[in-house]
Write a protein that binds this ligand. Structure first.
Ligand code: ATP
Length: 234
């Protein structure tokens, strides 16, 4: 099966600092894939490169069979890559409803409408007129994911979605991801929370100091306890 996303030998720099070294990763249609690694390993830089927010110097990004290397972020969004950044980027002075409307992407069709999104996120339904800036961290995380779904993405990319969230919200997030998987949503996420990742993902990539050091199925990865200790501070 041809992957929906296929990144090959990506090298990304911030100024003169070489951050990603020949990073390659792929995501199959309907798959959930997790990029794991410690703080500063290069997860966000990888996702920013894929989403067109940072340009790679060399390497390729194939998305839905098309060469999208160095496409700007708006083009990647229109192609169907829905990026949920680690810092959430909720617009504080806008209402929940307005934030959701901003997620719509002209020309993109799919299962998600405003009504369906609000039905899936009842917590947001009860606060459509509240300002984004007044939401708790967990509510904001749900809003950013809901906003990305409003664009009916073919690939949902979640950068460390559990970061800073309480165990109750992490459990809700797990339920959400499992339900999205049931709808055959294709998901790429990054995580440091290994217990969370292992319950939602099909395949694992580990990144360390900008290098991909492991690729395997979740079942294979569960047995790699030395590797987990070495790269993930387990
Ligand atoms: P975290 O969990 O802390 O977000 P990460 O795995 O997502 O970690 P990145 O944010 O991609 O890692 O950072 C990878 C490396 O790039 C780190 O060494 C970081 O210090 C460096 N870095 C990140 N952003 C910049 C920037 N704007 N300019 C220079 N270096 C940066």
């Amino acid at each position: 099966m041809e992957p929906i996303l296929d990144a090959g030998a990506i090298n990304t720099f911030y100024g003169r600092s070489h951050i990603l070294f020949d990073v390659s990763l792929s995501v199959g249609d309907g798959e959930t894939v997790c990029l794991m690694g410690r703080n500063g390993a290069g997860k966000t830089t990888t996702f920013r490169t894929l989403a067109g927010l940072t340009s790679c110097k060399t390497g390729s990004v194939m998305f839905k069979g098309k060469n999208c290397t160095r496409f700007p972020s708006f083009k990647m969004a229109r192609m169907g890559l829905g990026f949920v950044p680690e810092d959430r980027r909720i617009l504080g002075p806008l209402t929940v409803l307005e934030n959701l409307e901003l997620g719509k992407i002209p020309g993109r069709k799919g299962p998600w409408t405003l009504d369906k999104v609000l039905a899936r996120f009842p917590i947001l339904k009860d606060m459509t007129h509240r300002l984004g800036g007044t939401l708790s961290g967990g509510e904001q995380q749900m809003l950013t994911i809901a906003r990305a779904l409003m664009g009916n993405p073919d690939l949902l990319v979640l950068d460390e979605p559990t970061e800073g969230l309480s165990p109750v919200i992490v459990a809700e997030l797990r339920e959400l991801i499992v339900s999205l998987k049931r709808m055959e949503t294709t998901i790429l996420l990054s995580e440091q929370n290994i217990r969370f990742a292992l319950t939602v993902t099909d395949r694992v990539f580990i990144i360390d100091k900008g290098h991909i050091v492991y690729t395997g199925t979740v079942d294979d990865f569960k047995r790699e306890t030395d590797l987990q200790r070495k790269y993930l501070s387990v």
